[in-house]
Design a protein around this ligand. Sequence first.
Ligand SMILES: [Zn+2]
Length: 66
Amino acid sequence: MMLDPQADPGRRAWLPCRYCSDNTPLYLLASDVNMVWVQCGACLRRWWHDTGVGHGRRPDHLFDVA
Ligand SMILES: [Zn+2]
């Protein structure tokens, strides 16, 4: 797994990684409504993160593609 070519150091989110819990910035790769497609800068895993904005949906469709 490599850093996604869409990873932009100028678009990062300071959220805890759900896998390695490292306090590293997550790269924002894409977004859709209240979901953001992020990649951890440490373990390089990617997943959809529910920002909780908008509908209050549960993040039950988060998935890992690593
Ligand atoms: Zn990580």
